[in-house]
Design a protein around this ligand. Structure first.
Ligand SMILES: [Zn+2]
Length: 297
């Protein structure tokens, strides 16, 4: 995905505690520069490489600077990328709701590390990215991108774009009143029955992520298409990798269909693809497909 230089959303709430980290970056940048110049000077003036640590004032310090510098740059990249994706999602959903002549409130993207307090409760990074309808925030630990790549084999920037689009899909469901309808149903049916609805809610968020991908496929930045070859495949790989059946098989060694809450890998891919194909809201009734009717409850 072409994202560098794109508009970054202003609705980013950075709670990683590293937002003031320009200090870290500047220190590291200066440190590394100084170290390299010192090493070059030392070697050019015929110094023995074995005694380098003395020149640098401690090799450990130099190593730390380097690690910190690399980590900070990767973090900045991830943050900017997420903010650009979030910006595109704002543009897209504002347009869609404007066409429907309905108001749309932009969500906020909260970036956190390890754990976070939301209006829906306390959560750790282990739960993965999530949306909280009570405060209308999407919560994301940027390290999830690494997890997607290393643990789930879903690498590439558009895998992460799909995940963010899925979470914003939950916000759209909230704006459309679907989340509220489901809350009512939750109080009327058993947990097992409700699980079916929950799966359908998740698949619909995948569908909505697909419509966003379709929109983005028609957009350009500085005359270049925003989507690059392989982007859609990256999203599909991610949808496939984080299906409940795949995750359960991996972690438990067996599958318990009743406890599915996100849908199988095949379902997730199918609904994302359907959204990508139609690019509208009217083909995204995941509930009806399973003979679940939200209006009759
Ligand atoms: Zn979801």
């Amino acid at each position: 995905m072409k994202w560098r230089g794109g508009r970054q959303s202003a609705n980013i709430d950075d709670r990683t505690g590293r937002s003031s980290g320009s200090g870290g970056k500047l220190v590291a940048g200066g440190g590394i520069g100084t170290v390299i110049i010192a090493v070059l000077f030392f070697l050019l003036s015929g110094g023995d490489i074995g005694s380098l640590p003395d020149v640098l004032g401690g090799s450990n310090q130099a190593a730390n600077y380097q690690t910190e510098n690399v980590a900070t740059d990767a973090y900045t990249e991830e943050k900017e990328f997420s903010a650009v994706v979030f910006g595109h999602l704002e543009d897209y959903w504002q347009d869609v709701f404007q066409e429907r002549q309905e108001a749309y409130q932009d969500p906020t993207l909260v970036l956190f590390t390890d754990s976070v307090q939301s209006a829906c409760g306390y959560a750790t990074s282990q739960v993965g990215p999530f949306y909280c309808p009570a405060d209308e925030h999407v919560y994301l630990d940027l390290s999830f991108a690494n997890e997607l790549a290393s643990k789930y084999g879903a690498s590439g920037d558009f895998a992460m774009a799909y995940v963010i689009a899925h979470e914003v899909g939950h916000h759209v469901q909230n704006e459309l009143g679907i989340t509220q309808q489901l809350e009512k149903i939750r109080q009327q049916v058993s947990d097992t029955e409700y699980n079916e609805y929950s799966v359908r809610l998740e698949l619909q968020a995948d569908y909505l992520a697909g419509t966003f991908a379709k929109y983005l496929a028609g957009e350009t930045y500085q005359g270049q298409p925003i989507l690059e070859a392989g982007d859609i495949e990256e999203a599909i790989t991610a949808a496939n990798a984080i299906g409940d059946d795949t995750l359960q098989k991996e972690y438990q060694g067996y599958v318990v269909p009743d406890s599915f809450t996100h849908g199988t890998s095949a379902q997730r891919v199918a609904w994302f693809n359907r959204g990508y194909q139609y690019g509208d809201l009217s083909h995204g009734d995941t509930f009806k497909e399973n003979n679940l009717d939200l209006t009759n409850q």
